[in-house]
Design a protein around this ligand. Sequence first.
Ligand code: ZN
Length: 263
Amino acid sequence: MTARLYDAHVHLADPKLRPYLKEIGECYEAINLCGAVVNGTNPQDWPAVLECSASDRRLIPAIGLHPWQVPYAPENWQELFLEAFEAGAQVVGEIGLDRWIDGHNLAAQIPVFEFQLQFAATNNLPVSIHALKATGPLMDILRAAALPVRGFHLHAYNGPVELIKELTRLGAYFSFNAGQIKKHASLECLRAIPHERLLIETDAPDFLPPPPYREYQLPNPDHNHPANLKQGYGAIAELIDVQAATLADVVEENFRAFFLNAD
Ligand SMILES: [Zn+2]
């Protein structure tokens, strides 16, 4: 039987993928995709996130203001954010902190992150968090803030291996993609994650994996095809030394427990 696959973090509403959604849907059938969390990044892509899930129940809508988008957000973004949840959003994401991007302004990012995290905590919703060169400030917030009882999701985890134990105690789930695994530090982290907290993602159209993990291609060769999820599963199973079928079962259980169960 073909394994049932789940993508914990993808951007199907990104303009780089939207023209190809029909073809991507066919590839999803071929790889037996059973669930994917479609992350928004700013009020401009939020309607498309909700549209994706309206046309395909496997696609779970995540609404969030990404740290890179904070400088461009309209003044009423909080209102639009709340409206998107009234319209059916099920996950808060992608939100986070970032000191990697040029011109970053952490002081502006923090209240935006905290507002969205608090909304997730109050409503016990899953939340998908991005952190780049911002581990210190992220930990300060996670240690002090109210968090969703169901836990939280750190996407493309790139923080230090030493924090994995504490983050796990705080409720973290961690996802990895095939584009990360060429880095030694990611490999070390991947092996340190408790299996019951492991998720797999693509972050497509970003995080183009190395050539052996690019079975599926988009017209622009620099963009990652979401169906390369399958190669991510294969690569990660090998790296943590478990059977592919076992990994698929573990990830399915984690994905359903975190993203789909209300309590
Ligand atoms: Zn993302």
